[in-house]
Design a protein around this ligand. Structure first.
Ligand SMILES: NC(=O)c1ccc[n+]([C@@H]2O[C@H](COP(=O)([O-])OP(=O)(O)OC[C@H]3O[C@@H](n4cnc5c(N)ncnc54)[C@H](OP(=O)(O)O)[C@@H]3O)[C@@H](O)[C@H]2O)c1
Length: 250
């Protein structure tokens, strides 16, 4: 879909890839960007770029009341980027189960909740696009990454399922698989798993620009950085090689 003049919603827009996405959509001529954040007070630096076109939006994707209210406050959305996500390191058989629940509840169920609220909004506006920010981590279960790879694999399956449901409603659905991106989340991961530090990292700005390119190109799968493209190619050729490489990080 064309981003020029569109009204966009980005979840988790106060930092990291989400904040870079707000900038990228503005640069491509979006008419307005609703910047979703659990605490809109954290959006000052983001909205300060262009207070006319960036609207702060209170949105906690794990809170049904917050999601319903956001859909009423932002009734003009056509592209939606489900970017908000969390990570908690640990081994599944030993870590605090509440951390696993938070990761699944946010990355999978929270994204589904936003989709259910906003699909009718996008449809009423004549159709548009949804981009779900997954991860190359969806392709293998790295032992020390707790519930994160499973949450992203589940999000990939959700993305494939709703693509078929939403196509007749005029909504394109994109699966985004970034590799390591310089953000707070990556720092949390590499602190606990130094082997991750050997992987090349992309900047949030480059990844955001590639996501907007993929939405405009109508790509089902978007691999927005060089490492992601390498993993994507390998996964198509030899999924076991990807498992050895990512799960083998330990
Ligand atoms: N960085 C990477 O290497 C990488 C690689 C592949 C995929 N990804 C994915 O990219 C997305 C963005 O990650 P990032 O690297 O930018 O991480 P980040 O810097 O940790 O930012 C995460 C964002 O999600 C928001 N968020 C968390 N829980 C939320 C909730 N319940 N409701 C609404 N917003 C919530 C956070 O808001 P608060 O400030 O309120 O916590 C923050 O804005 C995530 O889905 C992540 O899994 C990241």
């Amino acid at each position: 879909m064309r981003v020029h003049n569109a009204v966009v919603l980005v979840t988790g827009a106060n930092r990291g890839i989400g904040s870079a996405l707000v900038t990228a959509f503005l640069e491509r001529g979006a008419a307005r960007v609703h910047a979703g954040a659990r605490d809109p007070g954290t959006l000052a630096a983001v909205t300060g770029q262009d207070p006319e076109r960036i609207r702060p939006l209170a949105l906690d994707i794990t809170d049904p009341t917050s999601v319903t209210a956001a859909a009423a406050t932002a009734p003009d959305v056509t592209p939606l980027v489900n970017n908000a996500g969390v990570h908690a390191m640990g081994h599944l058989l030993e870590m605090d189960l509440r951390d696993v629940e938070t990761v699944m509840n946010t990355n999978w169920l929270g994204t589904l909740r936003v989709l259910r609220a906003f699909a009718p909004v996008i449809e009423r506006n004549g159709g548009g696009a949804v981009a779900n920010v997954i991860s190359v981590g969806a392709f293998a279960g790295t032992p020390s990454m707790g519930g994160y790879p499973a949450s992203k694999a589940a999000l990939n399956a959700l993305t494939q399922a709703v693509r078929l449901d939403l196509a007749p409603r005029g909504i394109d659905v994109h699966a985004v698989f970034p590799g390591p991106v310089e953000t707070d989340m990556l720092r949390l991961t590499t602190d606990a798993l130094p082997a991750m530090g050997d992987f090349p990292r992309a900047s949030a700005a480059d990844v955001a620009a590639a996501i907007v390119d993929g939405v405009e190109a109508g790509a089902d799968e978007i691999f927005p950085d060089a490492f992601a493209r390498e993993i994507g190619d390998e996964w198509r050729r030899d999924p076991k090689a990807v498992e050895r490489r990512l799960a083998g990080l330990a």
